[in-house]
Design a protein around this ligand. Structure first.
Ligand code: AMP
Length: 228
């Protein structure tokens, strides 16, 4: 299956996608992580750091180049869960040129939940695993459960950058859901509380994906574009 997981920052895209990936047997590909891994790149590193740290979008040509390279890896041939791409109309157009999608999971989350999640989120410096100091704390403070790496708060999870990232999402990314809704690809998943354990939402997504495949990919239609 070729899936996009779509939703604002803090909606849980990364958390859910990393759990869905082994269940579906397809890689979780997050452009935010691909770009963070390229921050030391000789050609693009400086530009990526500059845009990412302020919460702005990295230029489309850089993101597309890095994404195409990842989609060309053998493990992505069977499918993928794409997280963080597309973020604007141009990126959606480019994606249509390079692949055909099976479903778009649209996470519908109220803004107060997003703000609470982002301000308490920490990430592993080594493997990228995400924790939440309130709802999903690591077993040992400051240490990743998965690989033992150090946890840190991303610069773009600090209040000013969060504000900017959410503004960009609602202006440029949220309207893209219409493009996918018109193609009958959207599965809406509502998450109205920061305290729902990730496994509950993941099970809900798996059930919705099964039903969606059975009915031939015609997702539930709704007017909700993820903005509360
Ligand atoms: P994320 O981890 O998805 O929240 O992304 C973190 C940051 O990486 C974003 O604020 C952007 O600076 C950059 N980024 C990730 N994906 C994209 C994309 N598709 N287009 C442009 N910039 C991106």
């Amino acid at each position: 299956m070729r899936i996009i997981i779509f939703g604002p920052q803090g909606s849980g895209k990364g958390t859910y996608a990393s759990r869905l990936s082994p269940l579906l047997g397809i890689p979780h590909i997050a452009t935010g992580d691909l770009l963070r891994a390229a921050r030391d790149d000789k050609e693009y590193g400086q530009k990526i750091r500059q845009y990412q740290d302020s919460g702005a979008l990295v230029p489309d040509d850089i993101v597309l180049k890095i994404l195409k390279k990842r989609l060309d890896q053998p493990d992505a041939k069977r499918g993928f869960i794409l997280d963080g791409y597309p973020r604007n109309a141009e990126q959606a157009k480019e994606l249509d040129k390079i692949t055909t999608l099976d479903a778009v999971i649209n996470l519908v989350v109220p803004e107060w939940v997003l703000l609470q999640r982002l301000s308490t989120r920490v990430q592993c410096k080594n493997c990228g695993e995400i924790f939440n100091l309130r709802t999903l704390p690591p077993k040992k403070p400051g240490i990743c459960d998965k690989c033992g790496g150090p946890l840190f708060q991303r610069d773009d999870d600090k209040p000013e950058a969060i504000k900017k990232r959410l503004e960009i999402y609602y202006q440029m990314s949220a309207p893209l859901i219409k493009h996918y809704r018109d193609k009958g690809l959207v599965i809406d998943v509502e998450c109205n509380s920061p305290d729902i354990p990730p496994e509950i939402i993941v099970n809900k997504i798996m059930d919705l994906l099964r039903t969606f495949k059975k009915v031939g990919g015609q997702g539930k239609q709704s007017d909700e574009d993820g903005h509360s």
